[in-house]
Design a protein around this ligand. Structure first.
Ligand SMILES: Nc1ncnc2c1ncn2[C@@H]1O[C@H](COP(=O)(O)OP(=O)(O)OP(=O)(O)O)[C@@H](O)[C@H]1O
Length: 351
């Protein structure tokens, strides 16, 4: 990672009233990368973001912005000196300023012409061209968040920090704005850190996802790796639906389970006889009339295009299964499946 990486965290720690809430968090972002910090409520996502912003001091470690130390124990460069853009859940627009003046706020040092040009450009980026003369209270919640985004982008920050920026909006609008946000960040080449507790949202936006728990960063990877090669069972559970089957490792990269012998295409790195749990994602479980595994539908969630089934095996263990919604089987009915996992994800233990 070159010294000029827009952002680098080296084992940072933060405390509130002597109580540690962030510990040993390290990651780095290259120019234009988009990261999401994801984790359950209270895991330290916002505190990490606030530390990057210069709003929380560090008790250990350091934060480098463009290769220069911005925070370490005993030193915190003030937020306004960090060349950051910030968007928080409560958009905090200036109510007495027009939309254009809100967006122009951080451009005070530029000439009138340059300022007007950039304001127009940013309003276009967030698809609110022609609305510059309006006032924030004349706009919808979604439009106000677009303005907050335009205002943060206007000075071309090194780094954008966004804390659940669309959390107050309804689901459809949130999804749409998240996709627009991703397109805008990519268009502008802006590096960003986004806090969310919505896994689907994180996967849809981010080039990198950091899963946090209890103040620690458990895994930092691209969304595909987080989902398909989770480092811990907690990450596996947090990253999406699935089931864990008890198994025992056999010779030849096989695991014996209640659904039969599962063979991995990659080495299992465990000695035969080891008790393990095998992660099976819903898309690894395929309905097939001539399938090898007999189950009964225990629960089902219809989402429109898909149905997510919870299936019970005769021995009592469970599987998740995702199908198109035309595979329509009622609770209590049998469903025969095949297991299509090629790369087995194993965790230790038979619990
Ligand atoms: N100002 C504060 N004073 C004392 N404790 C705080 C303060 N802010 C946060 N905390 C505590 O620090 C821990 C981490 O909080 P943080 O807001 O970073 O979590 P989070 O992952 O962003 O949670 P959420 O998803 O609910 O926003 C929590 O236990 C929280 O109660």
């Amino acid at each position: 990672m070159p010294d000029t990486a827009p952002l680098q965290l080296d084992a940072i720690a933060c405390q509130y009233d002597g109580h540690p809430v962030v510990r040993g968090v390290s990651f780095a972002l290259e120019s234009g990368q988009i990261a999401c910090l994801l984790g359950p409520s209270g895991c330290g996502k916002t505190t990490t973001l606030r530390a990057i912003a210069g709003l929380e001091p560090l008790t250990a470690g350091r934060i480098l912005i463009r290769g220069a130390v911005a925070s370490r124990a005993g030193f915190t460069l003030p937020p306004e000196k960090r060349a950051l853009g910030m968007v928080f859940q409560d958009h905090a627009l200036f109510p007495h300023l027009s939309v254009a003046d809100n967006v122009a706020f951080a451009l005070r040092r530029q000439s009138r012409e340059a300022r007007a040009r950039r304001v127009e450009e940013c309003l276009e980026l967030v698809r609110l061209e022609g609305m510059g003369e309006r006032f924030p209270h004349e706009l919808s919640g979604g439009q106000q968040q677009r303005i907050a985004l335009a205002r943060a982008l206007a000075p071309r920050p090194t780094l954008m920090l966004l804390d659940e920026p669309f959390a107050s909006l309804d689901l459809d609008l949130r999804r749409q704005l998240n996709q627009e946000l991703r397109a805008i960040l990519l268009h502008e080449g802006t590096t960003a850190v986004i806090v969310t507790h919505d896994q689907e949202e994180a996967f849809a936006i981010a080039s990198h996802v950091g899963i946090m728990r209890g103040g620690e960063l458990l895994q930092w990877d691209n969304p595909y790796t987080i989902y398909h090669a989770p480092s811990t069972r907690f990450v596996a559970e947090f990253a999406g639906a699935g089931a864990f089957l008890r198994g025992v490792v056999q010779q030849g990269n096989c695991v014996h389970t209640a659904v039969g012998e599962l063979r991995s295409h990659q080495p299992l790195a465990r000695t035969p006889g080891t008790a393990v749990q095998v992660l099976l994602r819903p898309e690894d479980v395929i309905p097939a009339s001539s399938g090898a595994v007999k189950t009964v539908v225990e629960h089902r969630v219809f989402t429109g295009p898909n149905i997510l089934y919870q299936l019970k095996l005769p021995q009592g263990e469970r599987l998740s299964c995702l199908t198109g919604s035309h595979v329509d089987v009622a609770v209590g009915e049998p469903l025969t499946v095949d297991i299509a996992a090629k790369h087995l994800v194993l965790f230790n233990g038979d619990a």
